[in-house]
Design a protein around this ligand. Sequence first.
Ligand code: AVJ
Length: 366
Amino acid sequence: MKNLGSSVSIRNGVDGMSKSVPRELVRSRQSDRAVEPIGLDAEFAADVIAGLSANEKALAPKYFYDAAGSDLFEAICLTPEYYPTRTETALLKQIALEIAADIPNRAALVEFGSGASAKTRVILDAAPQIAAYVPIDVSQDALEKASGGLSLDYPQLLVAPVAEDFNGVIKLPAAVQGRVKVGFFPGSTIGNLTQDEAVRLLCSARRLLGDDAQFIIGADLVKDEATLVAAYNDAQGVTARFNKNLLIRINRELDGDFDVDAFDHLAIWNAEQSRIEMHLVSRRDQIVNAAKHTFAFRRGERLHTENSRKFTTDSFAHLVAQAGWSVNRQWISAAPHFAVFSLRPESSRRFRHEQQENWKPCKPNR
Ligand code: AVJ
């Protein structure tokens, strides 16, 4: 991206601080808004109304990531208990040259849920042949921060951010058409998706990235319960604040009146589903208003805010096979174990002949 000397100040709604972002990013944000005025707010309201009215109250974890939530997630990564980020980053550094060896010249790196793009730099440093980078993230704030920083540090790199929910229909920027695509989905974010959402994302990524693509995915592995639970219930309470920030966000964006102190953070291991679950537990019977609706919580009632699925190499291979990918290479860290997988599109002939029972065809979303 050129012309980075020109930047503007925008106000951050959460902490009231001004920050500088490249002018291009502000402009693209405004044009996005102009094209699609319905936006995330209406979807957030609809999901909150549906999720808090349900028999088992639940909200999608993607709503954690407003500006404050994205910052709190970065803080979680610095806690001693939350091993996934530092373990994955160390593993990526170890294997970066092996990954880079498979990436052709002028390739485009397409990242799903890019956040702060910290791990991206490990790949970019090892693979200078990558010419373009497409970060896809719902958090406009995180996207602006990360894209601006990367453009400064990698002046040759074409950065073309996409401010979208990666679960939806994604169109790649024209600038990366005709390039070999390398998908990048680190952080075990795939573990936050339901089985159907994960298969749908993998299917649409296969279409989006093309037949000569590869897809590099980081996924956390099953391990002892104590290590897993501690990672989602750190002693400093950062994860608790991250979880409760969802209520603060509802209060601010949907005119809610949640008493945040009337809820407890809960992290539990669900062995049958092989996942950590996060919940907010109502400390008392209470009535809450939000998004022009009223919701009753019983004392002890849970609002389910996140699943973080933990894989085995077998369960992961099985998952991606349902969406037309096969594991080409895999790397596993020293304990606590975290895996990086390099996927290739399953050759279409073999794929068609496989006819797995649970195979769902990759239909376009929506
Ligand atoms: C961002 C998907 C990796 O499930 O571990 C961290 C988010 N939630 N602590 C995860 C999270 C609670 C997270 N990922």
